[in-house]
Design a protein. Structure first.
Length: 236
């Protein structure tokens, strides 16, 4: 059985992770929590896949920007684990999955940047509802995801390629705007009836050579089929 390592959060003297994360990743193997209390030097040899989960904003210096007025506090535990483990897993070419904040962290580690504040991507406390439209670079499908973030990938990191995207909402600002084809579908037939080049929000990427995938949404909340498929590809 594969061993899946996921960061444990630390708060108020407690160390743990939420049930949706534990349940979702258990379909890929035995889930093992990783914390700053571990002997981290050997983790790369102990687990088969690293999961860096969602959570707080990233420290802006990690992507070369000054603190923004809308930046939230960073998670020191997650950032420390990223700094120690991401280099080891990239060097060893072992699978890495990034969820929301984790996707952003992988992107920054690979010299990408973030949009520090965007609008229209925070659906509140209803974490299982999938209302955000998602489209893909390699298919004509339309998919629905949840959305709970106010920062996003701006410039893709070295070796990363775009997998999926959503519309960029009015009021979003980016120094490095990405445009892609947005398709409109007939509600009855499902056929594409219009295509427009529009600014988009990067929602998923994979690495061109390494077993790395990142998604901006929270697949653990609705057992996202797309994410499951992408994880299985890198966990062969």
């Amino acid at each position: 059985m594969k061993i899946i390592g996921i960061y444990a959060d630390s708060y108020n003297g407690k160390v743990g992770q939420t049930f949706p994360y534990m349940q979702f990743f258990s379909q890929f193997g035995y889930v093992r929590l990783i914390s700053t209390l571990d002997k981290l030097d050997n983790i790369v040899n102990e687990i088969d896949m690293l999961v860096t989960p969602g959570g707080a904003d990233l420290t802006s210096s990690l992507y070369g920007k000054a603190p923004g007025t809308m930046d939230g506090r960073a998670n020191q535990h997650y950032e420390y684990l990223d700094s120690v483990l991401l280099p080891k897993f990239v060097e060893s070419k072992k699978p890495i999955v990034g969820i929301c904040r984790g996707m952003q962290s992988i992107n920054c580690f690979l010299n990408g940047t973030l949009n520090q504040h965007i609008v229209g991507h925070n659906q509140g406390d209803d974490r299982q509802s999938t209302r955000q439209k998602l489209q893909f670079t390699d298919s004509e499908e339309e998919y629905y995801i949840n959305s709970m973030h106010h920062q996003s990938v701006e410039k893709l990191g070295d070796g990363l390629e775009l997998l999926a995207y959503s519309q960029q909402f009015r009021g979003c600002y980016s120094d490095e705007e990405t445009k892609m084809t947005w398709r409109s579908f007939d509600s009855k037939t499902g056929n594409v009836i219009d295509r427009q080049e529009i600014p988009i929000t990067i929602e998923a990427f994979r690495h061109k050579e390494l077993p790395i995938v990142g998604v901006q949404w929270h697949p653990e909340e609705f057992n996202c089929e797309f994410t499951v498929s992408e994880i299985k590809k890198i966990l062969k």
